[in-house]
Design a protein around this ligand. Structure first.
Ligand SMILES: [Zn+2]
Length: 51
């Protein structure tokens, strides 16, 4: 017998990530930034610039 016991998953915020409003220090684009405060795009640019 199959048991179609669908448990009511009512967890809209089961795991709320800490989303702080962050903007890139270089280009000012709001979004996920690294610990340095730069977005991935600028990080690559900085890496190349630092070479
Ligand atoms: Zn940036």
């Amino acid at each position: 017998m199959t048991e179609d016991a669908i448990s009511p998953d009512q967890d809209p915020e089961a795991d709320p990530p800490r989303q702080q409003p962050t903007v890139c220090l270089r280009c000012g684009t709001p979004g996920p930034v690294s610990e340095d405060g730069f977005c991935a795009k600028c990080e690559q640019a900085l890496e190349q610039a630092c070479l």
